[in-house]
Design a protein. Structure first.
Length: 131
């Protein structure tokens, strides 16, 4: 990652993994939820709305198991906010602005950008040298 921050991902134990981190798809959906949540909180702060607790729940529908690839065919985000006297119109506007204007993750999904894969091979240090 450009930041250099470590990020551990894993798979489910039934797939032979240790569950030390989220699966790639869990990380994918968490990124969407986090990006949207950040936007909503910025807008709510600008509107001087006091949010004391906030979470985003994300769920989606995927293609049938055993058929690959299995992309999401639908995603749903549920924003759950707790606060003192939260204005419903302010929350609705914050969620709408994130969804339609600010969230780069959601915008990327809507754009369906082309994906190009390349690879490099590097020789391991000390490999390939004679006796």
């Amino acid at each position: 990652m450009p930041s250099g921050a470590p990020f551990v991902m894993d798979e489910y134990p039934e797939d032979g993994a240790t569950s030390l981190g989220p699966t790639p798809f869990e990380a994918f959906t968490a990124s969407i939820a986090a990006c949207s949540a950040y936007d909503v909180m910025v807008v709510m702060a600008k509107k001087r709305q006091k949010v004391t607790s906030y979470r985003v729940e994300i769920e989606g529908d995927r293609g049938p198991s055993g058929v690959y690839p299995r992309p999401y065919t639908n995603l749903r985000l549920r924003h759950v906010l707790v606060g003192e006297g939260l204005d419903e119109a302010a929350v609705a506007q914050a969620v709408r602005l994130s969804d339609e204007k600010y969230c780069s993750c959601i915008a990327t999904l809507r754009e369906s950008p082309p994906v190009e894969s390349v690879f490099e091979i590097h020789e391991a240090a000390g490999a390939g040298t004679g006796p």
